[in-house]
Design a protein around this ligand. Structure first.
Ligand code: LLP
Length: 431
């Protein structure tokens, strides 16, 4: 199927993922259920790694764990040789518990706490990506108190406006993330860091946004970053060699979204960097990228059980499911597009216009409005595609709805990788 080559329809007309019948998965593990295709995740990791072959500066992908993090995902990223982008003490803790090699961990965040900086430093993460000058000062003080040297890079706002939803656009000057280039703020920050004995600058980072379809904004960002690296290296007589271009590669949510071949997407950006360095007499930097959605997004589907089907004559059909904004807040947040199908009728035409409604006490708790699916009936399993990124990781428990389980499928087998939250767990911190 279009979203993921491991999604198929069997002879009974049932939707399958990696050879597992989704109606059976729903029966075995209950709904709502996140189902992740391990082979898709591993294929994507390998594809990104392969994209660096032939690039003279070398480089590697770091998995943006915020898109989907649990112990098993950290283990998979580690086995596939990727680095890891973590953005909080909680993500770092998960990586530590999964045994992720700390020398491949990059610690992000626009307002890291003192405790988080200390945790990152004491656990020897490879690099702390500084967001602001307060953080630099705080880290320098912590490092000197601990008698350690902190390896850092700087998150730069390259002033590139990526054409994506305004809430997930981050490279422009009006953004809470990072140091501005235009104002000289980034330059000053480097100067300050160079005066700190316990800070070692190892690279520069930018992330221009998420769900970006085009290579042009990445190429532009790379060019601006290379200019900056060239400038600081020559002005301060330093030799910083790492350029981290962040993540943001789009995935398909609907049939009309274009197809992506990530290795050629990345190769195009790397070619641009090589050309630029060649023309400007620079040595090609080591390039890091931070794909999140593009590794896990299309690997995931969510299964729900259909409850009430309400027809409001002349208005719309509400198809209620046993999940909603709590397991997938992306429609209520971004009006994100999704494609759905009735899992037991996947071979039938989509001739029913549905507004898929969740079960929270919120009018906006919808997964999709006026979308075409097969005729749904009470008790049917409804599958929503491309939910592997920013669904489980953004899930919440509003209305005290427990978080669904995550099942990993791999060539006809399935296993739980995150248990369904229980009612007892919902109250465990209540006193
Ligand atoms: N690196 C940095 C520094 C980031 O801030 C992000 C995403 C990534 C990498 C990974 O981006 P990706 O490859 O996954 O697009 N919740 C939103 C997405 C927020 C992305 C935040 N940062 C959504 O559901 O669309």
């Amino acid at each position: 199927m279009i979203f993921n080559k491991y999604i198929t329809v069997n002879e009974e007309g049932h939707l399958c993922i990696e050879g597992c019948d989704t109606t059976k998965l729903a029966k075995e593990y209950g709904t709502p259920l996140y189902v992740m295709s391990e082979t898709t995740i591993r294929d994507n990791c390998r594809m990104f790694t392969k994209a660096f072959e032939g690039y003279s500066g070398g480089g590697m992908p770091l998995f943006a764990s915020k898109s989907f993090i649990c112990l098993e995902m950290c283990r998979i990223a580690a086995q596939e040789g990727l680095g890891l982008d973590v953005v909080s003490g909680g993500e770092l803790f998960t990586a530590i518990k999964a045994g992720f090699p700390m020398d491949r961990v990059y610690f992000h965040g626009n307002n890291k706490t003192e405790q988080e900086l200390k945790m990152a430093l004491l656990n020897d993460v490879h690099c702390i990506v500084l967001d602001n000058i307060d953080e630099l000062n705080m880290l320098s003080a912590i490092a000197s108190a601990e008698g350690k040297k902190a390896r850092v890079s700087f998150r730069i706002k390259p002033g590139v406006d990526a054409h994506t939803h305004e809430f997930i656009r981050t490279g422009q000057i009006d953004s809470k993330f990072g140091f501005a280039l235009e104002t000289g703020e980034a330059f000053e920050a480097v100067k300050t860091a160079l005066s700190c004995d316990n800070i070692e600058i190892i690279g520069f980072h930018c992330h221009i946004g998420s769900q970006i379809f085009d290579t042009a904004p990445f190429e532009l960002a790379a060019e601006k970053m290379l200019n900056f690296i060239h400038e600081v290296n020559s002005k301060f007589a330093i030799d910083v060699k790492v350029l981290n271009l962040g993540g943001g590669f789009a995935i398909k949510y609907t049939e009309s979204d274009p197809d992506f071949i990530y290795d050629s997407f990345v190769k195009k950006i790397l070619n641009k960097i090589e050309r630029y360095c060649d023309e400007n007499g620079m040595i090609c930097p080591q390039v890091l990228i931070e794909p999140g959605r593009s590794i896990t997004g299309a690997a995931g589907i969510t299964l729900y059980t259909v409850g009430a089907v309400k027809n409001i004559p002349g208005i719309r059909n509400y198809v209620s499911i046993d999940g909603g904004m709590c397991d997938n807040p992306r429609y209520i947040l971004y009006k994100a597009d999704y494609t759905a199908c009735v899992a037991s009728k996947a071979d039938k035409p989509k001739d029913f216009e549905a507004t898929i409604a969740g079960r929270c006490c919120e009018t906006g708790d919808l997964i999709q409005e006026n979308t075409m699916i097969q005729q749904p009936n009470h008790g049917d399993i409804l599958a929503v595609f491309s939910t592997g990124a920013y669904n489980f990781s953004m899930a919440m428990t509003y209305n005290r709805l427990p978080r669904p389980a995550v099942v990993m499928v791999n060539k006809g087998t399935s296993r739980v990788i995150v248990e369904r939250q229980t009612y007892m767990q919902l109250i465990e911190n209540d006193i």
